[in-house]
Design a protein around this ligand. Sequence first.
Ligand SMILES: Nc1ncnc2c1ncn2[C@@H]1O[C@H](COP(=O)(O)OP(=O)(O)OP(=O)(O)O)[C@@H](O)[C@H]1O
Ligand SMILES: O=c1ccn([C@@H]2O[C@H](COP(=O)(O)O)[C@@H](O)[C@H]2O)c(=O)[nH]1
Ligand SMILES: [Mg+2]
Length: 223
Amino acid sequence: MGTVVDAAKQDVNGSLAEKKPTVVFVLGGPGSGKGTQCANIVEHFGYTHLSAGDLLRAEINSGSENGTMIQNMIKEGKIVPSEVTIRLLQKAMQESGNDKFLIDGFPRNEENRAAFEEVTKIEPAFVLFFDCAKEEMERRLLSRNQGREDDNIETIRKRFKVFLESSLPVVEYYDSKGKVRKIDAARPIGEVFESVKAIFAPKNEKVKGYGHVLRLNECCSCT
Ligand SMILES: Nc1ncnc2c1ncn2[C@@H]1O[C@H](COP(=O)(O)OP(=O)(O)OP(=O)(O)O)[C@@H](O)[C@H]1O
Ligand SMILES: O=c1ccn([C@@H]2O[C@H](COP(=O)(O)O)[C@@H](O)[C@H]2O)c(=O)[nH]1
Ligand SMILES: [Mg+2]
């Protein structure tokens, strides 16, 4: 089976053009609304949504030999080894038939980031970063009611710690390359999506709410 990059090389005329897939990393603290907004982006802009957490949960349910290890890591809010997550992401990209991806909740640490770039040779077009205060994220997670084993106060606190210590540095890395588009995610879902739309819509299209797209160092409430 060819790689996802091989699949994307073939243009509509069947000729071989070097066209890598477009990848947008969607990052933010637990409960900041990544999955909710990705569903809206898929509907309006034709991306395929790949939640790394969802892929890992599906792997547990598939009876894979890594299932128990993944389940234990998720219960503790820990980061699953890069090779496992990247393999799942690559497989999902190949199977999608699309060439535009929202990768939600990955990379979660510097090692994830470096390994993804090394293995796939793909750099994100940009990074969508949902900024939300911890208290609001905690409220949302405790009322999510989707039966997730990690939506309990003990694991939520561990996930916040990992987010601050390991995941925010990844956002800072991409900010230093001018790739971060920060959104104030503490507002109602529709308002957040107005700001998201402004980022994905073609540049000459006027979209309400553009003023809410922030620089990383402006008004960061998640720390
Ligand atoms: N802007 C918002 N205002 C209020 N509630 C929201 C908002 N966005 C999402 N929610 C709700 O908060 C909960 C968490 O949202 P979601 O699952 O999208 O977050 P997430 O960032 O993907 O979280 P995780 O990292 O745990 O997967 C859901 O119940 C969702 O309906
Ligand atoms: O790249 C990843 C993504 C997720 N995990 C683990 O899964 C849980 C849940 O992730 P969500 O994004 O909230 O769905 C996370 O706390 C990690 O334990 C991971 O290891 N690597
Ligand atoms: Mg999610």
